[in-house]
Design a binder for this molecule. Structure first.
Ligand code: DC
Length: 210
């Protein structure tokens, strides 16, 4: 059984949805690293302070139910707004933010039996992971999924706007200088465009058990 699983890919590919299910089926811990970048962005928005001032002693905790705590306060919902999505992608370009969060992420993975998702897990955070997945889907499909997700939560949005935000984040995340979104050489490419959630889960479970 693979003890450490890294899942990377662009926004809306389904990383967190499938990683959560895989973690539950294997009895592993799920670590959502995007939530950590989102927490940094939220703190900047809340305090109005620059990234340098909020990063050093930031206290971010994820629990077993995938709840997110910032300085002891639950922010699971607050970090999912479009404003925070944009902010997270913006702060993710700073080396000092990445260094701090990478250290926290490695410490969280040390006990093994983890599935961690993000943009640079297979390339930077856990380069020795036992299984690396690069999960992707077409821009239209990812935008469609995000749009449906937002609609289901009662957020009124425009599909074209969601699609534009996804394209912008893809560009920012894959062209930044430090640890850009990239497929690790030894990662397995999984295109989920025409797959159901259950099919993606089944494939990752098969790979984890092989
Ligand atoms: O996965 P997500 O949409 O919650 O991530 C939010 C942003 O955080 C994403 O646009 C880029 C950044 N991020 C990152 O740079 N590295 C990671 N490992 C995870 C997220």
């Amino acid at each position: 059984m693979k003890k450490i699983i890294a899942v990377d890919g662009p926004a809306g590919a389904g990383k967190s949805t499938v990683s959560k299910i895989v973690a539950a089926r294997l009895g592993y811990t799920y670590i959502d690293t995007g939530a950590m970048y989102r927490a940094v962005a939220l703190k900047i928005l809340q305090t109005g302070k620059p990234a340098e001032d909020v990063t050093g002693d930031i206290d971010i905790k994820l629990d077993d139910a995938a709840r997110v705590f910032l300085d002891g306060v639950e922010v699971t919902k607050e970090i999912r707004t479009p404003e925070v999505s944009r902010g997270a992608s913006d702060v993710a370009k700073f080396g000092f933010v990445r260094k701090k969060l990478t250290e926290l992420q490695r410490a969280m993975a040390i006990q093994g039996k983890v599935i961690m998702d993000g943009r640079d897990i297979g390339t930077q955070v856990l380069p020795n992971a036992d299984l690396k997945i690069f999960l992707t889907a077409t821009v239209d499909e990812r935008a469609r999924r995000r749009f449906e997700e937002l609609k289901a939560k009662g957020n009124v949005t425009d599909f074209e706007q969601v699609r534009k935000e996804i394209i912008l984040r893809d560009k920012q995340d894959s062209t930044r200088e430090i640890a850009p979104l990239a497929k690790a050489e030894d990662a397995i490419l999984l295109d989920s465009t025409n797959l159901t959630i259950e099919q993606v889960v089944a494939e990752i479970l098969r790979l984890a058990r092989s």
